[in-house]
Design a protein around this ligand. Structure first.
Ligand code: PBG
Length: 332
């Protein structure tokens, strides 16, 4: 009989642990989400997301420069328009806030990967991700999202972002058939090489609470549960991802990250495509609040959490800690 394997033998010293570590966290995998608003020299703190701001375009350019200098390869832009209406017109206006921001960043920091959020919720006065009709049923008012009317607008939005110079579009609306529609629309407009990162398994989650303050996009009535996924479902995530891949997604996403690491792992084991996971606003707010109270060590908790996403199978991580984690990983 051989002597029994003793797992502790490989844990006795930091360099030994380093050699047998299975997963690593790298700045190469981070995407930094940013909120762009009108104005000049504006940095409006987001109360529920300490350390995050709504930024005017000139400030976004500075953030992009700083992010890249820390090694963060990509930013994701969310727009907060001056005006909202029922059909989210500024979303697909070539002179809208996001298109202007993309042009400014690509001019000042051409190497950084600029990803744009493609959705209507930040631009509609009712705060839903699509065109909405209210319908009466059995005396009750019901919300009906017009999926197919929404698709046309999402295609226009994606093409506008492509024309402004975006390096990738990221549809987050969860309408059926949107990836195929956007892929066709981009191809027809000549953007054959513009990749799509699809929010494929996006759940109707309470963890988006702070984001809705940040993006000024809370639904004014109803909620998003008719188009976002139901949290208890797992097989359905596989079907959603499969459809998005068939329709032409280049990267698929799971969202939120923390409570859905099992979904990330299933997607990773089932498909052979890059996976991103979104470490959302509520996950950020919880850690920030606990850290502010001195209850947890922010740096250690965040690095452990982000490493957990990698272990769950995520290739890319969207996180509001992108810059901090870049500093921490760099020994800062
Ligand atoms: C919708 C969108 C949301 C988030 C990203 N894109 C909010 C929602 O679906 O309600 C949430 C991100 C976060 O919570 O950090 N355009």
């Amino acid at each position: 009989m051989f002597p029994a394997h003793r797992p502790r033998r490989l844990r006795s010293n930091e360099n030994l642990r380093r050699m047998v570590r299975e997963y690593s966290l790298s700045v190469d995998d981070f995407i930094y989400p940013l909120f762009v608003r009108p104005g000049q020299g504006e940095r409006r703190p987001i109360a529920s997301m300490p350390g995050q701001f709504q930024l005017s375009i000139d400030e976004i350019v500075k953030e992009a420069e700083e992010s890249l200098s820390l090694g963060v390869p990509a930013i994701l832009l969310f727009g907060i328009p001056a005006d909202k209406d029922a059909v989210g017109s500024e979303a697909y206006d070539p002179n809208g806030i996001v298109c202007e921001a993309v042009r400014a960043v690509k001019e000042a920091v051409p190497e950084i990967v600029v990803i744009t959020d493609v959705c209507l919720c930040e631009y509609t006065d009712h705060g839903h991700c699509g065109v909405v009709h209210r319908k009466e049923r059995q005396g009750r008012e019901e919300l009906v999202i017009d999926n197919d009317a929404t698709l046309k607008l999402l295609v226009k939005e994606s093409v506008a972002h492509g024309e402004a110079g975006a390096d990738m579009v990221a549809p987050s609306d969860m309408m059926d058939g949107r990836i195929g529609a956007i892929r066709n629309g981009l191809d027809e407009a000549g953007f054959h090489d513009l990749p799509i990162m699809a929010y494929s398994a996006k759940y109707a989650s309470a963890f988006y609470g702070p984001f809705r303050e940040a993006a000024e996009s809370p639904p004014q009535f109803g909620d998003r549960s008719t188009y976002q996924m139901d949290p208890p479902n797992s097989d359905e995530a596989i079907r959603e991802v499969e459809l998005d891949i068939q329709e032409g997604a280049d990267i698929v996403m799971t969202k939120p990250a923390l409570a859905y690491m099992d979904i990330t792992r299933r997607v990773k084991d089932t498909f052979n495509i890059p996976i991103a996971t979104y470490n959302v606003s509520g996950e950020y707010a919880m850690v920030k609040a606990a850290a502010a109270n001195g209850w947890i060590d922010e740096k250690r908790v965040v690095l452990e959490m982000l490493t957990g996403f990698r272990r769950a199978g995520a290739d890319l991580i969207l996180t509001y800690w992108a810059k901090d984690a870049a500093r921490w990983l760099g020994g800062g």
